[in-house]
Design a binder for this molecule. Structure first.
Ligand code: BGC
Length: 522
């Protein structure tokens, strides 16, 4: 063996030893494909700030946080500055480069690109911003994974015709999507139409705690100015589904063969387990899945709403025409899953439930609970809605695999929140062991599904930075980097070191598995 080969071998073994604690994933000759996406995520309203700069129009979230939302958002804050990603994106890309991620899930601000939807001019400054951002990412070998709408849309569309409640919204979304594919599609290979429309519809149109803040009756959580909590979530969802189909149609007919990208949708996929073995609770669990997840995915894959929803909702559920049904079928190339937690489900048709989210007839008549007889479904956290249950991710992926014929999947969000605590030291804030454990256990659960044949192609940690956490304002921190919300200084947490090493280990694994003889040429 030559001296340089010896040196290389020692170096290689040294790295492996250093990574020993992570070895369980590096086993049985199994390795992830080299194009697996190790990513990190953000979204426009939560990150960009610059809310009225360079020709940007008002979004629904700008309007909400400056209006009634001020009283809903825990710390009364807004995304006017957020984490100033609009001005600091180069610094943020350097952070991603140091992290070794090969992809970045970001969303475009629709109102930055089309301040008045299709009723006004294209804002060239907006197009330029995203062009520069995309180019800067690619220069560092980071694939942009681009979401067209992560809860935000131009306020103009709300004012003009009632936003998602109007079928006209489809024309606007199609116009916007076409412009984005035309402007950025030569470099963007992963497109998402919507992030979590299955959250947007109930929060914006049932409880009313997200814009456009519409609600009524006992399901209302705010004194909304107008709305119909029993019907409007389904109307908004219907128009969103048709808007998704319109964008996919445009991408497939005009761009996909040349640009060679994929297009999908991202849904929140909370995992549900029946609270007992009773048939009623098992059926309620099926209903809960249908009313919260299959609600969107069945139409865009099978061209129809889930039977459970049709049975319960009857004429409340809008209908697709036969032409629309045909257009909808197989209307995506992949599904993005945002997975955080799991719940037990109890039936509320045959047994009594306390009033709460899910229990009414139009929500599906089920009650969610984080524990069974006082024992939590996963590891409890300070947040009542969050139990860490990595097996739930495994089950959620397997469910999608089985129901939707192993459609390609990405884990588009997974992360761990920490409550803002002014008494904690900086050191405590940076040593985020719980986050590391949470990410690592979920990653393991995901790997298990891949080993068994699920077509999962990427994992995105949420989130690159602490940011504006919707109605929680800046009181909850999800970042792998801590952000001082006064100076906006970014500081890496321990989880960045872990994630970087984890990614490096898999890169070594690729090299090893694809190049065994070279790696060990002794
Ligand atoms: C949303 C993110 C949010 C995260 C943590 C997801 O449902 O897509 O915008 O920050 O959850 O709450």
């Amino acid at each position: 063996m030559g001296l340089s080969t010896l040196k290389k071998t020692i170096l290689y073994c040294g790295i492996l030893l250093h990574l020993l604690p992570f070895l369980p994933c590096f086993s049985n000759g199994f390795s992830l494909p080299s194009n697996f996406l190790f990513g990190i995520g953000s979204s426009s309203y939560q990150y960009e700030g610059a809310y009225m700069s360079d020709g940007k129009g008002q979004s629904n979230w700008d309007n909400f946080t400056h209006g009634p939302g001020r009283y809903v958002i825990i710390d009364g804050s807004n995304g006017d500055i957020a984490v100033d990603h609009y001005h600091r994106y180069l610094e943020d890309i350097d952070l991603m480069e140091a992290l070794k991620v090969n992809s970045y899930k970001l969303s475009l601000s629709w109102s930055r690109i089309l301040p008045k939807g299709r009723f006004g001019k294209v804002n060239r400054a907006g197009i330029n911003f995203y062009n520069t951002l995309i180019d800067a990412l690619l220069l560092k070998g980071i694939q942009p994974f681009v979401v067209l709408s992560h809860y935000d849309s131009p306020q103009e569309l709300e004012d003009r015709y009632g936003g998602w409640l109007s079928p006209q919204s489809k024309e606007d979304f199609a116009f916007y999507a076409d412009l984005c594919f035309r402007s950025f599609g030569d470099r963007v290979k992963y497109w998402v139409t919507f992030n979590e429309p299955n959250y947007l519809a109930p929060l914006g149109y049932r409880s009313g705690i997200y814009p456009p803040s519409r609600c009524s009756g006992s399901l209302a959580m705010l004194p909304c100015k107008g709305g119909d909590s029993e019907r409007e979530p389904f109307i908004a969802a219907h128009n969103i589904i048709l808007s998704h189909a319109a964008a996919v149609g445009i991408y497939r007919s005009k761009y996909q063969s040349e640009q060679k990208g994929m297009i999908g949708i991202v849904l929140q996929h909370e995992w549900y387990e029946p609270i007992s073995n009773s048939t009623a609770d098992k059926l309620a669990t099926e209903r809960a899945r249908s009313f919260s997840f299959n609600w969107f995915l069945d139409p865009v894959i099978f061209g129809k709403y889930p039977t459970e929803m049709e049975d319960v909702l009857g004429s409340v559920l809008p209908k697709f025409s036969s032409k629309e049904m045909e257009k909808l079928k197989k209307g995506l190339d992949f599904v993005g899953l945002n997975y955080y937690t799991a719940h037990y489900i109890k039936d509320c048709i045959y047994s009594k439930c306390k009033p709460g989210v899910g229990t009414s007839r139009t929500e599906g008549s089920y009650q969610k609970s984080g524990d069974k007889n006082g024992v939590s479904i996963g590891e409890p956290t300070p947040f009542s809605w969050l139990n860490i249950y990595p097996e739930g991710m495994e089950k959620a992926i397997t469910y999608v695999r089985n129901r939707y014929n192993n459609i390609p999947m990405f884990i588009t969000e997974n992360g761990y929140p920490v409550q803002e605590d002014s008494n904690s030291t900086m050191e405590e804030q940076l040593n985020d062991y719980n986050r590391i454990r949470c990410m690592r256990n979920h990653f393991e659960a995901m790997l298990e599904t891949i080993r068994k044949g699920a077509d999962v192609r990427g994992y995105f940690a949420w989130s690159l930075l602490d940011n504006f956490e919707w109605i929680y304002g800046y009181t909850i921190r999800y970042g792998l980097h801590h952000v001082d919300h006064n100076s906006l200084r970014r500081t890496p947490r321990l989880s960045t070191t872990w994630y970087k090493q984890f990614i490096e280990m898999h890169q070594l694994e690729w090299k090893y598995n694809n190049n065994t003889s070279k790696a060990f040429e002794l």
